[in-house]
Design a protein around this ligand. Structure first.
Ligand SMILES: Nc1ncnc2c1ncn2[C@@H]1O[C@H](COP(=O)(O)OP(=O)(O)O)[C@@H](O)[C@H]1O
Ligand SMILES: [Mg+2]
Length: 323
């Protein structure tokens, strides 16, 4: 089957008075149907900008320069106009963001808000929409969904609100869900429950998921495939088990060394230094200044993401000879 989503050489630059900010700088990846792809990287590396560009939420303003292709079911979303994208957003591609309070309207009942998503996108009676809203609230694990549907967001706990948001995102049965740090604001137990829920729903509703996170714990728990992002580039991509067992890019290795891992007694070491300024990038690999394996070539030319083994891609000059 053809890929559900194919992102080709996507770039998102912002003009600013300090210069050009290269937030996303030529990234490539695919998502197949029902796959969970995690995009992981430190804060500020371009994860949210990637999501927003795919969704058509960046590119309208004068200072926003986008390039490349976002093929969704074979059609380039970057050439669609605002109205066309509005039709796609919420119905075929939906989103869950970090802060549940900003995605739910505090003035409307939860069930009503979910039903409204349906009535916007589908020819459906109010009564049928209400019924489906209660249905999906049950599916996301809200007990007594019919009476909960009559409540307002502030009457829900944080975890319940995030479940309601997920219900709202999934009520039209989208092919793709983009979840940007959906559990970051939640405590660990609730976080694990939400990740389990997303995994179950992916099978039941046949939804692919792009899970954006800075947290490798989330990655390990939920994803099939992992793409590691650093300073606007993807630096490594592999199935989740392979990535955790055999990370190849020095940045990925650094990330893995900086978090506690089950069964490992290695001392935790944060990656020294800071990510580079995106409006002031030097020639060569963006990780060179922090890389323990840096070579002369790394300062001259930026490595591209290439296959280094079956199912395993990295953007690093260390592996150039192996190809
Ligand atoms: N609208 C904007 N205008 C200018 N710079 C932006 C804008 N949105 C994001 N950026 C910059 O782009 C970079 C990537 O941001 P973002 O994608 O939000 O990072 P994260 O990986 O934490 O989600 C950051 O340096 C951020 O400051
Ligand atoms: Mg972000």
């Amino acid at each position: 089957m053809r890929n559900l989503l194919e992102v080709n050489n996507l770039t998102t630059y912002f003009k600013s008075n300090k210069g050009l900010i290269k937030a996303v700088d030529g990234i490539n990846f695919t998502v197949s149907s029902r796959e969970i792809l995690a995009i992981v990287g430190e804060s500020g590396c371009g994860k949210s900008v990637t999501a927003k560009t795919i969704l058509g939420l960046i590119g309208q303003k004068k200072n926003e320069i986008i390039g490349g292709e976002v093929l969704f079911k074979g059609e380039n979303l970057l050439t669609k106009n605002y109205r066309e994208m509005q039709q796609i957003r919420g119905k075929e591609i939906s989103t869950v963001f970090q802060d549940p309070m900003t995605s739910l309207n505090p003035l409307h009942k939860v069930g009503q808000q979910i039903a409204e998503v349906l009535t916007i996108h589908e020819q459906i009676s109010r009564q049928a929409a209400r019924k489906q809203a209660i249905n999906i609230l049950t599916k996301v694990g809200i007990p007594s969904a019919a009476s909960r549907a009559e409540q307002y967001p502030h009457q829900f706990s944080g975890g319940m609100r995030q479940r309601a948001i997920i219900a709202m995102a999934l009520v039209c049965r989208p092919d793709l869900l983009i979840a940007d740090e959906p559990t970051t604001a939640l405590d660990v137990t609730i976080q694990a429950q939400i990740l389990d829920l997303l995994q179950d729903l992916r099978h039941e509703l046949k939804t692919a998921i792009i899970m954006i996170t800075h947290d490798l714990g989330v990655v390990a728990e939920i994803s099939d495939t992992v793409a590691v992002m650093y300073a606007g580039h993807l630096v490594e991509k592999a199935p989740v088990k392979l990535l955790f067992a055999e990370a190849r890019h020095p940045y990925t290795k650094g990330l893995l060394n900086s978090i506690p891992r089950p069964g490992s007694r290695k001392k935790l070491e944060p990656i020294p230094g800071q990510p580079p300024d995106l409006h002031n990038l030097k020639t060569g690999c963006n990780f060179a200044d922090r890389c323990p394996s840096v070579m002369a070539k790394c300062r001259q030319q930026s490595p591209l993401l290439k296959k280094i083994a079956p199912d395993h891609q990295a953007a690093c000059w260390l592996y150039e000879e192996e190809r």
